[in-house]
Design a protein around this ligand. Structure first.
Ligand SMILES: [Fe+2]
Ligand SMILES: [Fe+2]
Length: 142
C-alpha cells in the first residue's frame, strides 16, 4: 500500500489531508513526521543499532509528549471520547516499543518496520485525531 503522504523515496510528506486544524496538534504531528523520516533515513543508511535505537527513542519520547498534550486538551475541555482516545495512545506507545524491539532483535525487515512506523502515525491522525477537530473548534480551540 502506498500512502498518499509519501514521496517517491518513501519519506513522509506533510499535506493538508493530515491537518486536524488545531495548531498544537498539527505542529506536533509535523515534528513526529520529521522524526520518523530521520529514522527511515538512518535505516536506509544502515546506521548502527546504537544510533538507530537513539533515533527511535527520540521519536518515542516526542510521541509520548504529544499524546500527553492531546490528553490534557481533552481533559480541559471534557472531550467525550477522552477514554477511548487515551486507550489508543497507550496501544500506540506499546506498538512502537514492540517495533523498536523487533527491529533491533533482527526480527523485522527494514521495509516492514518503515511501513509500520508510517502506518502507526498516519492512520492515527486520519482515523482518530481528526474526530476531535469539530469538538475542540466548538470550544474555541484553534
Ligand atoms: Fe495526535
Ligand atoms: Fe491522538
Amino acid at each position: 500500500m502506498v500512502l498518499n503522504c509519501e514521496d517517491a523515496s518513501g519519506r513522509l510528506v506533510w499535506n493538508d489531508e493530515l491537518s486536524v486544524g488545531i495548531w498544537m496538534a498539527d505542529s506536533d504531528h509535523q515534528e513526529i513526521i520529521s522524526l520518523i523520516n530521520q529514522v527511515l533515513d538512518a535505516m536506509a543508511a544502515k546506521e548502527t543499532d546504537v544510533r538507530l535505537s537513539r533515533r527511535l527513542d527520540e521519536l518515542i519520547v516526542f510521541a509520548k509528549q504529544h499524546f500527553q498534550r492531546e490528553e490534557e486538551l481533552f481533559v480541559r475541555y471534557d472531550y467525550p471520547e477522552l477514554r477511548s482516545h487515551r486507550e489508543v495512545h497507550r496501544f500506540l506507545e506499546n506498538k512502537i516499543m514492540s517495533y523498536k524491539n523487533a527491529f533491533l532483535a533482527g526480527e523485522a525487515e527494514l521495509s516492514q518496520t518503515a511501513f509500520l512506523l508510517k502506518d502507526w502515525i498516519v492512520l492515527h491522525i486520519r482515523g482518530v485525531d481528526k474526530k476531535y477537530t469539530r469538538f475542540l473548534h466548538s470550544r474555541g480551540v484553534a
